[in-house]
Design a binder for this molecule. Sequence first.
Ligand code: FES
Length: 106
Amino acid sequence: MPTLTYIEANGTAHAVQGSEGSNLMEIAVANLIPGILGDCGGTCSCATCHTYVDPDWVARVPAATDEELEILDGALDVRDNSRLACQMILTEALDGLVVRIPVRQF
Ligand code: FES
């Protein structure tokens, strides 16, 4: 089972295992990771699952769709490495992935 690490804005790191095929929002919520809300349930319409993909991983995560980029436009503190956790599906290729959580989601 792949392992990934969520790092809160205060630096607290949470290393968790997730099932392949699950998205990173679902895994965060299931593991009670603070700061990832997932208000829309993963339908790519709320941006409360905003994360920053670690620079070492940006090129290895499948690119965002136009729909995701449109919703990210409405998020706060967006950066070049911003992604919606619900739109990133965990695969074995992402074993070791690190994402950071913004200070605020709204
Ligand atoms: S959970 Fe709403 S956009 Fe990701």
